[in-house]
Design a protein around this ligand. Structure first.
Ligand code: F6P
Length: 367
């Protein structure tokens, strides 16, 4: 059993893909717990893996000192290790088992009074199941994808957006110098938030998002329209979840034991090959990949993570469980976990963002 200093002990785990701001949230949780509520915080190592395998340690003020600007999570994370579908090898055979009873035993053995789960939809859906089994849980939303409808925005998104925008700025100059079509593939799973926002901020000419299926002819039309105006280069931002009209997404790999097994990726190259063939323009593709998940969190993400962390501890202290903290600008509120999960937030093709982008001449590759 991890020994603490105070009577009450709350666990914290970070699950799913990491994102900038996780350390800021851990810091806020520890500081609020120690200073305001005389509560110990037990850090669980590597997300649900640590709960299943009993890997946890007390986090002191010293542990969280100076971690705010650091990307990643000092606790480690995992987007596999689902306690309800846990991968193991038994007698040389790959099998999946429900080990949630092991998780509950470990929680009781560690004398944990409550658990704060920081994660995206997959991680929070597991948290909700554990809550229904009697574990006192409070959720905190995070993801660079910004695809949770239960909060105005998740922390991690703003920093990923900065990274993608900076990359597009850099691509711009080389595209112009070489008179090329340059494609930047960004993350976001089945939501186009990173592509839409970075595309607008980076001055892209074409933005391809999952919510607006594209047509190659429409992309080509835009490129030639620009050529006709003396612009011999074009920047296309493509979301990894984009798909052509009547077509499907490009799957990069399947992660069998993941909470969300499909990994997207490769649409950028597919679009690049086709555009080069159709236009004769030399085309290059840059896939930003996990760079978008790293780096020091932006001030916005640090502040949002701090507010979420502090509020989550207050909920624990008040005994309000089965809730998730959420930003409803300008307030931090809490909503039932079961209302928060399974409701993906997508870009509306009629949104003001899309309209404004079209006004300034950006094509979505649809008309
Ligand atoms: O959800 C965050 C995210 O970075 C997605 O944008 C991306 O599709 C996925 O995770 C990548 O997952 P992995 O780290 O397993 O490759």
């Amino acid at each position: 059993m991890a020994k603490g200093y105070f009577q009450m002990k709350t666990g914290i785990l970070t699950g799913g893909g990491d994102c900038p701001g996780l350390n800021a949230v851990i810091r806020a949780v520890v500081k609020t717990a120690v200073h305001q509520h005389k509560m110990d915080i037990l850090g669980i190592i590597d997300g649900y893996y640590g709960l299943i395998n009993n890997k946890m340690r007390i986090l002191t003020l010293e542990d969280v000192s100076g971690i705010m600007p650091r990307g990643g999570t000092i606790l480690g994370t995992s987007n596999r290790d689902n306690p309800f579908n846990y991968f193991m090898i038994i007698n040389g055979k790959k099998v999946y088992r429900d080990v949630s009873d092991r998780v509950i035993k470990n929680i009781h053995d560690s004398v944990m009074d409550a658990l704060i789960v920081v994660g995206g939809d997959g991680t929070l859906a597991i948290a909700e199941r554990l809550f229904k089994m009697g574990i006192p849980i409070v959720g905190i939303p995070k993801t660079i994808d910004n695809d949770l409808s239960a909060t105005d925005v998740t922390f991690g998104f703003d920093t990923a957006l900065m990274t993608a925008t900076e990359a597009i700025d850099k691509i711009h100059t080389t595209a112009e110098s070489h008179h090329r079509v340059m494609i930047v593939e960004v993350m976001g799973r089945n939501a186009g938030w990173i592509a839409l926002h970075s595309g607008i901020a980076g001055g892209a000419h074409i933005i391809i998002i999952p919510e607006i299926p594209f047509d190659y002819d429409a992309i080509v039309k835009k490129i030639f329209e620009r050529k006709g105006k003396g612009k011999h280069f074009s920047i296309i931002v493509v979301a990894e979840g984009a798909k052509p009209k009547g077509g499907d997404v490009v799957v990069k790999r399947m992660v069998e034991d993941g909470t969300e097994p499909v990994r997207l990726g490769g649409i950028g190259n597919r679009v690049g090959d086709e555009i080069e063939r159709m236009t004769g323009f030399e085309t290059r593709v840059t896939t930003l990949g996990h760079i978008q998940r790293g780096g020091s969190p932006s001030p916005f993400d640090r502040i949002l993570a701090t507010r979420f962390g502090a509020e989550a501890v207050h909920l624990v202290a008040k005994g309000e469980f089965g809730k998730m903290v959420s930003l409803r600008t300008p307030d931090i509120i809490s909503i039932p976990l079961e209302e928060a999960i399974g409701r993906q937030k997508n870009v509306s093709p009629d949104s003001g963002y899309v309209k404004a982008a079209r006004m300034v001449g950006i094509s979505f590759g649809d008309i």
